[in-house]
Design a protein around this ligand. Structure first.
Ligand SMILES: [Zn+2]
Length: 170
């Protein structure tokens, strides 16, 4: 099945191509033309000239129509109200954390004081092992230290939560 236009649509009575055929060619729709019509457009000077006009017209038309078909959008105003609402919601959502944060930060030094001796003892024993076994255990030591620090923070945090719970239910 061919997309070619009918013979009547391609050829004028005088043996040259129709405006329809030349416009299709100018728009790059070569498949719409029969091979004979396409080769005529290349060989015939008169049709080549008309093809040039058709191509120019096609370009001008699309340039003229582009602003009409694709209207330039008005630069939209910043949705200040929506942004403010979203901002307020975000603050409200993080309010519990923000309220808890200072108390938690105040509790950190106490937790560090409580847990540091244990951590130091563990670290000291690891240092002894490292000095005996060599630098290959350094990675293990660093990892363990980080895990211990994380565990200490976790304990401090859950401890704070328990105190709060007890205070709330007294
Ligand atoms: Zn011709």
């Amino acid at each position: 099945m061919s997309d070619e236009l009918a013979h009547d649509l391609l050829w004028q009575a005088d043996g040259h191509l129709t405006d329809v055929a030349l416009t299709a060619l100018a728009d790059g729709e070569v498949a719409l033309l029969s091979p004979a019509a396409a080769s005529h457009a290349e060989e015939c000077d008169a049709c080549a000239r008309r093809l040039g006009d058709a191509a120019l017209f096609s370009t001008l038309l699309s340039e003229e129509l582009a602003p009409v078909l694709l209207p330039v959008r008005e630069p939209r105003q910043l949705p200040v109200a929506a942004l403010l609402a979203a901002f307020a919601l975000a603050i409200a959502g993080s309010l519990p954390v923000l309220i808890e944060l200072p108390r938690w930060l105040l509790d950190v030094p106490r937790a560090v004081l409580v847990h540091t001796p244990l951590a130091l003892r563990v670290a000291a024993s690891f240092l002894k092992v490292i000095s005996a076994a060599g630098p290959s255990l350094l990675l293990v030591w660093v990892t363990t230290t980080l895990v211990l620090a994380g565990f200490g923070l976790w304990v401090a945090r859950s401890g704070t939560r328990q105190v709060e719970w007890k205070e709330a239910h007294r």
